[in-house]
Write a new protein. Sequence first.
Length: 142
Amino acid sequence: MSTQDQLPTEQDLEHYVVAKLSAFVARDDVVLDVCRVMEWEWDRAELFVKAIQEQHFRRIVLGQSPWFLAIALGILVSGIALMAASGLALWFAYRERRLSDAFQVLGASRAGYAFVVGVLITFGALGGVWVFLRQMLRGRSD
């Protein structure tokens, strides 16, 4: 950030804190960095970082959002694929009247469980995206 004999400006420090929080660095680590660089007490540095985090919440979340959205979309696609594959297996078993054989019923119940898990995964991913978007619109982290 700067040399030892020259302290950074608060604006430089603000940019540093936003960049670190956007890169998923733990807040306590950022507070420690601010303590070292500015030679502040922990409480003062923690209040500074917390204020910057609240003030620039949208910028921080937008910096983190590509990871969150990629993970959520991957989980969503997995849930839909599991739901579709097991739903098709159940449908074909029903259409071919294979559900009267005991072994087919066991296989169908596994497909039924997989279908339920796929539905839960899909709704969980949609719920996560909803929470993320709601935080973005409100501008609050907690």
